[in-house]
Ligand binder design. Structure first.
Ligand SMILES: NC(=O)c1ccc[n+]([C@@H]2O[C@H](COP(=O)([O-])OP(=O)(O)OC[C@H]3O[C@@H](n4cnc5c(N)ncnc54)[C@H](OP(=O)(O)O)[C@@H]3O)[C@@H](O)[C@H]2O)c1
Length: 350
């Protein structure tokens, strides 16, 4: 029997890893986050503030059976999403407090899967060498991934367990109430534009550059592979859908999902243009009987500005993960259509 500790189990990544493992007969799952998740089947949750080191050590002391840690906790900073990577102290400390607490009590710990991302390469800062390979140099300047990796790799020396680092790009899933995702940004932006009789213009400058994303369920498959594949010991991998696209080709298909006309680029700050539309959103929720999610729960506009403002190629090589046994791919265009339809069918947007 394996016991997974999923750190950040309520997040856009963590909740999919919980879901993936919950379907396996030989796994038990313990989810950690400050909010308490729902216990069911082989899944239970511990509500813990990982920034409170003594409290974390006390609450995690029961995790003696842990065999795997999946680390996907995260704290953003205020302001532009491109600045999140510099939010070092809490993101380093949560990892240190979680992993050292489990390591202290779990003699059967085998692997720690650390979720980082392509900001490792400086995707958030400007053009960088593409396709990015795992061996590429780090970007200059602060990035909490570097602090997390440096701490974890040093702490692992001489231990019975090993680590695997996964670098996804722009996770896409159906996780209403978890705002930091590009899918609800597109869905709510489309709903607000349509309500005003406006076409679905592209609200940024990344119209013609190459981009990539990672579907959350696909990433959870990769995390499971990374936790159980012997070749993944002490290795880093890029994990994306395995294809690339340009918003200019994708955009008309997204407009079709919302039965509205598509339009070309209309660069704007979504934070400024959409952030103040809470009253219109509340009216749409009432008119269409939508799920009662607050405007700021359903969408994170800074994340939209970040993604749609990447007017340089964003492209990772996934050759290494394929060579080491992870062969799954996702058609990104089909994925966006499928997920956006789900946001409509689930009454998150009209
Ligand atoms: N989302 C993306 O598109 C994306 C893309 C590439 C890389 N990444 C990376 O993936 C990692 C995970 O990000 P995410 O997007 O999944 O984050 P997220 O959706 O914001 O989830 C963060 C999780 O951490 C938990 N958490 C935050 N502070 C905590 C604390 N003090 N104690 C305990 N739990 C805490 C949150 O639950 P509570 O709030 O209930 O505590 C939540 O479960 C990050 O390193 C991020 O940079 C994300």
């Amino acid at each position: 029997m394996n016991t997974a500790v999923v750190v950040g189990a309520q997040g856009v990544i963590g909740r999919y890893i919980v879901e993936r493992l919950s379907g396996l007969p030989d796994w038990k799952v313990v989810g950690l986050s400050r909010r308490r998740g729902e216990d069911r089947g082989n899944v239970r949750h511990i509500a813990v503030d990982l920034l409170d080191r003594p409290a974390a050590a006390a609450k995690l002391a029961e995790l003696r059976e842990a065999t795997h840690i999946f680390y996907a906790a995260f704290q953003p900073s205020a302001g532009a999403a491109s600045g999140y990577a510099a939010n070092i102290d809490p993101n380093r400390d949560m990892l240190v407090n979680a992993v050292s607490a489990v390591d202290a009590v779990a003699p059967g710990l085998q692997r720690v899967v650390l979720v980082t991302g392509t900001k490792y390469y400086g995707t958030h800062l400007g053009p960088y060498p593409t396709p990015a390979r795992e061996t590429d140099a780090r970007h200059a300047g602060p990035n909490f991934y570097f602090d997390q990796i440096d701490w974890l790799t040093a702490f692992q020396h001489g231990k019975r367990w090993n680590w695997t680092e996964l670098r996804p790009q722009t996770l896409c899933g159906f996780a209403p109430g978890t705002a930091m995702s590009i899918v609800p940004v597109i869905a709510v932006y489309a709903a607000l534009r349509k309500a005003q009789g406006l076409p679905l213009s592209f609200p940024g400058t990344a119209w013609n550059t190459i981009y990539q994303v990672t579907e959350s369920a696909h990433f959870a498959d990769a995390a499971y592979w990374a936790a159980t594949e012997p070749r993944c010991a002490n290795q880093a991998y890029n994990i994306t859908n395995g294809d690339y696209f340009r918003w200019s080709r994708l955009w008309p298909r997204l407009a079709e999902v919302f039965d509205m006309p598509a339009a070309g680029p209309e660069p704007m700050s979504l934070v400024e243009a959409m952030g103040g539309q809470g009253a219109l959103w509340d009216a749409l929720v009432a008119k269409h009987g939508l799920q009662p999610l607050r405007f700021d729960e359903v969408v994170a506009w800074p994340f939209g500005d970040y993604v749609f403002g990447c007017n340089w190629d964003v492209m990772s090589s996934v050759t290494k993960s394929r060579q080491h046994g992870f062969h799954a791919v996702v058609d990104s265009e089909e994925m966006f259509v499928r997920l956006l339809r789900r946001f409509r069918a689930g009454k998150i947007v009209p």
